[in-house]
Design a protein around this ligand. Structure first.
Ligand code: BG6
Length: 530
């Protein structure tokens, strides 16, 4: 084996943190990232571009190495070529010295995940690479495989002791075997219901301690989701009004105009509740509703988000119809293009009952939020791609300006835009210029692009780097995941046992089914017009 040149290391001062949108007081230690499922779509479309972006931004440690793992047999060079081809296809420049250096750190290892011998062989390969590339036994496993393969891989890692690291109590290991750190990133979904999530957690804890496990939710890597923490807890202005005394209700929208993008078979089994609400949307809600932690340490932040999940009023079969709505798109128009209905998509059943839209009302039973509804909605093939958290404040207690009989003072609102056009806007009343005392709502806007000249980095990049740095603040802990599945099980059970009867119930390119509007109308509210 030839020793490949290492990537140049760059000190924090040499990199402009604003330009890269990352704070990099720390550089990760050299490590090997072992990607299970390296020939798959996720690896090619998301992981490799993210890691390569980190390399281009000089944020990877010297000696950084990737071992791609999959069943297909291929050489290291063939793997490098395949990564190069897919990066090129996605518009990356692969003619640069950064690519050469990056490519030298790419290796491939074919494996049948069920074969214990191959896991032992992987252990040998990692030892050799640790020596050649100076990675000191620091290993990061990334499960970029379908969820059904998670348990087999975790068992393989456990059987070969590859999950043990220097912090391990050293049962069964000689001190020389345990060195460096070992971590694992597990893609969502973590289970497909409470039972499977618990079973997977049992497998995971056989091989890893909780502090080694990084369950990825790429929404937590989004700048605007993190900015919610800064906005709330680094400003004095907003926290005093962030509660039931001033907030009337909260609306969280995570809308996509895209359809299934060839993932029909997966989506048929998932649906909007599992795919988006149970993970991404509830993470956003948890951050919007959490109490301030004392510090930004991973477990303190995660204690608070888990408390939110546990405080949400549970659903019962009786309360579900009035609080949870499902929808499925039929054919329609998006951006001037005719698009097929869900049931006509490849991989979907012609009489499918899978929901492509879900809207819900939650009540959080604690002092801060008692009586304040949190409405959330998420769906595919909606009119626009847009994610936001909107805080709607209460009505004024008294109005001293005379208004015409049809005039109404708009309530204040604060909108945190997650994507696109990331930013924050506040709506308030202002005096219309002129001799009369007339009021009009106006907006005060903060835009990431304008203020910082950058939209920040992609969530995956940020999260992979955090994992290399050992910072788990932005990764859901298992108790959060368990609480989330516990909350949604009654709805999942009810929905799987009852046919919706009226699917498809919204046209592609609209804002979802009529029942969703009714969910808010019952409380005298309506979804924000976007
Ligand atoms: C994924 C879901 O987790 O998130 C997809 O599986 C969805 O169905 C995607 O399209 C949305 O992510 P983003 O970052 O494009 O909003």
């Amino acid at each position: 084996m030839t020793t490949a040149p290492t990537l140049p290391t760059v000190s924090a001062e040499q990199v402009n943190p604003l330009r890269h949108g990352l704070q990099i007081e720390r550089t990760p230690e050299p490590c090997i990232m072992i990607i299970a499922g390296a020939t798959g779509d996720l690896s090619h479309r998301k992981l490799m571009p993210s890691i390569f972006n980190l390399a281009q931004s000089r944020l990877l440690p010297g000696g950084f190495t990737v071992v791609g793992m999959a069943r297909t047999k291929m050489s290291d060079d063939a793997f490098r070529d395949s990564v190069k081809a897919s990066l090129k296809e996605q518009g990356y420049d692969t003619t640069t010295p950064v690519w050469e250096s990056f490519a030298n750190g790419l290796y491939y290892f074919d494996a049948d995940y069920q074969d214990a011998q191959r896991w032992a062989d992987l252990g040998e390969k990692l030892k050799t690479l640790d020596e050649a590339r100076g990675t000191g036994g620091n290993h990061l496993f990334y499960l970029a495989v379908p969820p059904s393969a998670f348990p087999t891989i975790v068992q393989g890692i456990a059987s070969s002791n590859l999950g043990r690291d220097a912090n391990d109590p050293l049962q069964g290991l000689s001190p020389t075997e345990a060195h460096g750190w070992v971590r694992i990133i597990i893609e969502k979904p973590f289970g497909r219901d409470l039972t499977s999530a618990r079973a997977l957690q049992r497998e995971v804890t056989n091989a890893f301690r909780e502090d080694q496990v990084y369950r990825i939710d790429h929404y937590l890597g989004k700048e605007t989701v993190q900015n919610m923490l800064v906005f709330r807890f680094a400003n004095l202005l907003f926290e005093p009004v962030w509660n039931r005394r001033y907030v009337d209700h909260v609306q969280i929208t995570v809308a996509e105009s895209l359809g299934l993008e060839g993932r029909g078979a997966y989506y048929e089994e998932a649906g909007a509740l599992r795919d988006m609400i149970q993970s991404h949307v509830m993470q956003v809600l948890s951050i919007a509703a959490m109490e301030p932690p004392a510090t930004f340490k991973a477990n303190e932040v995660r204690d608070e988000t888990a408390k939110v999940m546990r405080a949400i009023r549970p659903f019962t079969p009786d309360t579900i119809p009035a609080n949870a709505v499902r929808g499925q798109y039929g054919k329609g128009w998006i951006g001037g293009q005719r698009v097929p209905g869900y049931r006509e998509e490849e991989g979907c059943k012609p009489d499918s009952n899978t929901e492509t839209y879900a809207a819900m009302k939650f009540l959080i039973d604690n002092w801060r939020w008692a009586g304040v509804p949190f409405y959330v909605r998420s769906g595919k093939r909606l009119a626009r791609r847009l994610s936001e958290v909107a805080i709607q404040f209460r009505e004024l207690p008294h109005l001293l300006f005379e208004q015409g009989p049809t005039d109404r003072v708009e309530v204040n609102s604060l909108v945190l835009r997650i994507q696109p056009d990331e930013g924050i806007s506040m709506r308030f009343e202002a005096k219309l210029p002129g001799p009369q005392m007339s009021l009009r709502p106006v907006r005060m806007d903060f835009r990431y692009g304008t203020s910082f000249g950058s939209q920040g980095v992609d969530g995956y990049q940020r999260l992979i780097l955090d994992c290399m740095l050992g910072d788990a603040s932005l990764f859901p802990r298992y108790d959060w995941v368990d609480a989330s599945w516990t909350l949604f099980m009654p709805i999942l059970d009810t929905w799987s046992q009852t046919r919706p009867g009226n699917f498809p119930n919204y046209e592609a390119g609209t804002w979802g089914p009529a029942e969703s509007a009714a969910l808010l109308e019952r409380d005298g509210h309506r979804w924000r017009r976007i």
